[in-house]
Design a binder for this molecule. Structure first.
Ligand SMILES: [Zn+2]
Ligand SMILES: [Zn+2]
Length: 364
């Protein structure tokens, strides 16, 4: 079986190890994509730290772009040489959720132990998140990929496959924002900046960015935030009410996986407000709310996975907006690294100061 270079997690919390692994040829319905770029997402780090369990050894990475290099039986609509983004949204197409238009909630489990990856001595190697994209190539289901323009830079395109669809999709699909509504976005990181530009695209009136860092609040304004609130204030929601003319927001998008952010988020909502839960805390962590308030003034909380996107519908329009200059992508990249530097890139992401760090694969 052919081997490829990958960054492998052997122990939760330990550095990833660059080594050769085996990648099987695409089976029926699958494609092989040779990667140009993969971005580092906070979900990769949570998995590698053991926050959500899963079996080891594993290859993480799920925000990728590259070129189709082999096609399995029965795949139509794609050809070798196509430029594509690779997402973790593996949808069967026929379960009630998929058939009902919610592929991010696909009910058919993916068996990552029997995926295309194995160690060089033939032992199971987890293809985490149905991608395993911290590697030179991936073999994925054809429903996980979307064609992109061949002249689009792959490092920029890679961002679309997770952070961008998650943030923009949360504002557009999950929150169903209407023009003129007020929005609070908690967290101005990789997903938060995209939630902000999603709110702008959807026609929000005021967009309040909330973050611990002044610098990130300034960056948030470049992406469409009209106001910034420092989360470290005594009662930061009061600054938000003030910016909104003395009321709460119709929509509060929580883009960080921190419990204090979730506990404060409800305070920013106005009458009839909705909180969209995007950031993913570690398993077992809980937040508390005061139900009487929510019942009395008709508030709600809604979870949103991957921006509730239908990738074949939503990725092409997002890329078109990018090409028109209406969706910022280049500005999301704060660092470019080689696969060998992946542990440094992860450490840089963990500081919280980075936007997106992208690994570029050397094809020489
Ligand atoms: Zn992600
Ligand atoms: Zn399904």
């Amino acid at each position: 079986m052919p081997t490829i270079k990958a960054a492998v997690c052997h122990e939760f919390g330990a550095p990833l190890v660059i080594e050769e692994v085996q990648l099987a040829a695409p089976k029926s319905g699958e494609v092989e994509v040779t990667l140009d770029a993969v971005a580092i997402c906070h979900s990769d780090i949570s998995f590698a730290d053991g926050a959500w369990g899963g079996f080891l050894p594993a290859v993480y990475g799920h925000e990728a772009a590259g070129t189709v290099s082999a096609i399995g039986e029965g795949v139509t609509g794609f050809g070798e040489g196509d430029s594509v983004v690779v997402t973790l949204i593996r949808s069967c197409g026929i379960c009630p959720s998929c058939a009902g238009g919610a592929p991010t909630l696909c009910e058919t489990p993916y068996d990552d132990k029997n995926g295309p990856l194995s160690t060089v001595d033939g032992k199971p190697l987890s293809q985490a998140m149905a991608c395993g994209a911290f590697a030179e190539k991936v073999v994925v289901d054809h429903r996980q990929i979307v064609k992109i323009p061949s002249d689009m830079a792959k490092d920029v395109a890679a961002l679309v496959s997770c952070g961008v669809i998650t943030g923009v999709g949360a504002a557009v699909n999950a929150a169903q924002l209407r023009p003129g509504q007020d929005v609070v976005v908690i967290g101005a990181g990789g997903v938060g900046l995209n939630a902000i530009q999603g709110a702008r695209i959807a026609g929000a009136r005021r967009i309040i960015a909330v973050d611990m860092s002044e610098e990130k609040l300034e960056i948030a304004k470049e992406f469409g935030a009209t106001d910034g609130v420092l989360a470290s204030l005594q009662s930061p929601w009061k600054a938000s009410y003030k910016a909104l003319g003395g009321k709460g927001a119709e929509v509060v998008l929580v883009t960080v996986g921190a419990i204090p952010a979730y506990e404060q988020a409800a305070r920013y909502m106005g009458r009839g407000g909705r909180m969209i839960m995007i950031g993913m805390p570690h398993s077992g962590e809980t937040a508390t709310y005061e139900p009487v308030i929510m019942a009395a003034i008709g508030q709600g909380m809604i979870g949103s996975k991957m921006g509730d996107v239908v990738i074949q519908r939503d990725i092409p329009w997002m890329i078109d907006l990018y090409q028109q200059g209406r969706l910022k992508l280049d500005e999301l990249i704060s660092g470019r690294w080689s696969l060998e530097q992946i542990n440094e890139a992860i450490a840089d992401t963990k500081t919280g100061a980075a936007r997106r760090n992208v690994i570029l694969f050397d094809r020489a």
